[in-house]
Design a protein around this ligand. Structure first.
Ligand code: DP6
Length: 330
């Protein structure tokens, strides 16, 4: 343990272009397919972890309030993984803050478990490689492994825990890609992605979507590396629609889109027909991620903000990896 037994990490959420949807091992969070994402520089979680021998249970506060017993159990289980690596059973105080609304389709579990992993390992004085940190973060939340490296990241599906890890495919400066998150719903999703992954099998489209995800992985990776926005955007948008087709045809059916979601999807198709190159992707929620290229805020952002039902827009650029910071939350 460090002298203070305390450390703070900041992590970006990420948006997946090839999605993680469904697992071959739920306990180990081994995904059915490899995925590719970008860190979101304006959607961050900051977490301070302090191991304190005076505590007889973990204390977990998010946004200034004590978390539900279910959330506390998931965080404590993750701290147990760190404690077992550190061979130390000391309980911890965890305080966490987000720069965005929780449970609203911005993968808050990704930045949350990435920040928790890096802060807890540092507080426990564990020295870990980036790859080891991605594997550990994945056990807390699958998508969290992609928030550890900087910029554009690929998560290799793997067949066992040690080969299911994430690594950078390009640094943040590689591409001037913008991700505008149009917030149309701030409240918690009724069925979160953790449960959604378990409901994939009954969908008659599950196998077809998996085959397509495997086919497009190198297509999206190559388009990203070659700055080919048209191929990248087209394939990313289709992948999102396929993921939602699987979700909608799961049992029970998971219908994440709201009328506002669909209105934005139509608007983007109309803008493209006008020559404004933008594409959408959507995670397990109603909010829409609008992708476009450019230097400055564009006409797309102005138009998006003007659409009815758009409560807020978070404008993201490719973000850094999860890192330790000197300012603690307590
Ligand atoms: C739709 O990583 O939230 O955002 O492993 O159960 O924590 P758990 O699931 P989670 O699933 C993310 C699903 C997604 C697609 C993606 O980010 O790839």
């Amino acid at each position: 343990m460090t002298r203070a037994n305390r450390a703070t990490a900041i992590s970006c959420a990420n948006i997946a272009f090839v999605k993680y949807w469904g697992r071959k091992d739920h306990a180990l969070r081994l995904p059915l397919n490899a995925s590719i994402s970008m860190n979101l520089d304006r959607a961050t979680t900051t977490t301070t972890v302090q191991f304190d021998p005076a505590l007889d249970a973990d204390q977990i506060m998010i946004e200034g309030v004590e978390v539900t017993p279910e959330a506390a159990q998931r965080v404590s289980q993750h701290l147990d993984r760190v404690r077992s690596l550190a061979v130390n059973q000391t309980r911890a105080r965890v305080v966490s803050r987000n720069s965005f609304p929780m449970g609203a389709g911005i993968a808050s579990s990704a930045s949350a478990f990435a920040a928790l992993t890096v802060a807890a390992c540092a507080a426990a004085d564990l020295s870990m490689s980036e790859r080891e940190l991605t594997i550990l973060a994945r056990l807390g939340s699958g998508s969290a492994c992609r928030s550890i490296p900087a910029g554009f990241v690929e998560w290799h599906a793997g067949d066992a825990s040690n080969d299911s890890y994430a690594e950078q495919i390009a640094p943040p400066a590689h591409w001037n890609l913008h991700d505008l998150i149009a917030i149309v719903q701030k409240e918690h999703k009724k069925v979160g992605s953790t449960k959604g992954h378990e409901l994939v099998d009954p969908s008659p489209f599950a196998q077809a979507r998996l085959a397509e995800a495997e086919r497009i992985l190198p297509v999206i990776r190559d388009a990203l590396l070659a700055h080919d926005f048209a191929t990248f955007g087209e394939e990313t948008e289709q992948e999102a629609i396929r993921m939602h087709a699987v979700a909608m045809t799961s049992r029970p059916s998971l219908l994440y889109w709201s009328p506002e979601t669909i209105r934005i999807m139509h608007a983007i198709h109309d803008w493209r027909a006008e020559g404004l190159a933008s594409y959408f992707t959507i995670d397990a929620g109603a909010n829409v991620h609008v992708l476009y290229l450019g230097e400055n805020t564009s006409v797309i952002e102005t138009r998006l903000r003007a659409l009815p039902g758009v409560q807020d827009v978070i404008a993201n650029r490719p973000g850094p990896g999860t890192r330790l910071v000197a300012d603690h939350l307590f």
